[in-house]
Design a binder for this molecule. Sequence first.
Ligand SMILES: [Mg+2]
Length: 160
Amino acid sequence: MKYFQPDFELKHFTEITAEWLKTNNIKTILSDLDSTLAIHHQPGGQDVEEWVTMLKENGVELAIVSNNSQGRVDRFSEPLGIHGLGRSGKPAIRKIERYMQKMGAKKETSLFLGDQLFTDVWCGKRLNMKTALVHPVGEEHEPWNIRLKRVFERLIRRRW
Ligand SMILES: [Mg+2]
């Protein structure tokens, strides 16, 4: 089950620091939204704001890639001065590849960040990018279907 194993496992997105980005040669981050950067249905907190500022200062581009609606993505992204793709179709990669082309992002220097193995990590792997799995924020607020997926994720992770 190595196929699903991410390159990095993080407790929180703020573990991605300027130093970390430099060490791993990351210039672009494609990030999931819900449970990765914010709790479901909620805007980003001050930690997101500070993190986005750090990315901008270091010339790292961040784009949201979510299977949630474009409205949700825009409401989250606009106050932060970033952009993103809603209804991205993860783990399918067609829409995301097109979006990356528009951004001018290179796979070799891109990171896919997310909290779910079967959508985010798998998607990043299929895109031939580095992948980081993050511990879900606000796990207790997650919808039941996502909680069910966590059970399968734990089964697979036990075999690493
Ligand atoms: Mg998520």
